[in-house]
Structure formats: C-alpha cells, structure tokens
Design a protein. Sequence first.
Length: 223
Amino acid sequence: MAKVANAVKSTEVFDARGETDTIRLWENYRDQALMWRAIALLQMPTTLVLVVLSVVLWMTRHVTLNVPAKPLPGVYLAKEIPDTEFVETSTDFVNLIASYQPATARRQFNMAKQMLIEPMLSRFESEMMGIELKAIEQTTRTQLFFADPLETRFERIDDKSVKVSFVGDRLKLVAGQELPAEKTRYTVVLTTIPRHPLNPYGVVVTNVQFENLSKDRSRMVRE
C-alpha cells in the first residue's frame, strides 16, 4: 500500500509557484499602486496652480483691435489715418530720392515729384530735378541709403500733419569709386489732401529735411 501511495503522489502536478513568488508578485502590485498614488498626488497641486494661472491670465488680458476708418470721399485729417500709411508713404519717397543709379535717377525723381505739393514741389523742381539730377548724370553717381529700422521715428505734429525720420548709412559711388559711408537722417513731413483712386488716403509730402550726421552739417527745405 505504501508503494501505491507513493506512486500516486509522484503523478500529481507540481505547483511551481511557491510562497516566494506570491510575495514578489504582491510587492510588484504594491509598487505600481504607490507609483500611481504619487503621480496622482503630484497632479493635484499642479492642476491647482494651472487653474489659478489660467484665471489670472483670463482676468488680466486686454484685447486691442486697431480698425482703421474706411476711406471715403473728402479730406481726412492725419489723426484719422493709421500710422502705417504715413510710414509706408515716407519710406517709398525716401527710397526714390536716396537710392538711385544714373540711369534711373530721373525716372525715380519724377515719381517722387508726384507725391509732393506746393511749396515743396517748386523747391524740388529747382533743386532736385535741376541741380541734383544734373550732377548725378554728369558724374555718373550712384547712391544707396540703408535705413536702420530701429532708428525710425514717427511723430504726430498736430491733427493735420505728421513727421517720419529715417537714420541710416548713405553710400556713394562716383565714377566707379566708392566713397566712405555717411551717417544720414532723412526727415519727411506729411499731410493729407482730397483722396483719389491713386491715393486712397490722400497722403502727400510737404517738407523734406536732409542731415549729414557724419559731418555735422545739414540742409533743410522749409515750407
């Protein structure tokens, strides 16, 4: 009988999972539970801080929308026109008179003349279209003006006029020879006239001031 009992016992399925494996498995579950609990505890203050920050940002935000007035027939005061329109017009004007080549100077000056009104128009005709343009074509002078965006200044003089100034380096090439660059300031005064299809805001130039900052001398054209 003892031999039969031993034979039956030897045929039983052996349980490989012992007490040690059960404890290790339980410890793994416990470590995972502790990890998720730690994550949950960290999320609570983080969420609270984010909620407070979101509320503060929402309470202190300010939305500013600049909607320029739609151009209509008539004359508009300078105060009714966005700053960007004056800056863009003065930039185009300075580029036409300050950066040129002998072959394009006359065409550029004629385009710049269309942006002027009296009495600046007469001065431009006599000085720029006469003396300056003649010197450019005779000496085959090329000039380039590199404005520094950080030095651009915009100022509203009154309700009818504004002033925009550009500071940069002016480079000249006379008969193929490059002259030393000069620090230069161009100041443009603008106002408005009755608008038309080619000039929706009626922005025109009334005065131009040229200053050679390198040599501390200036030339001004006044109204």
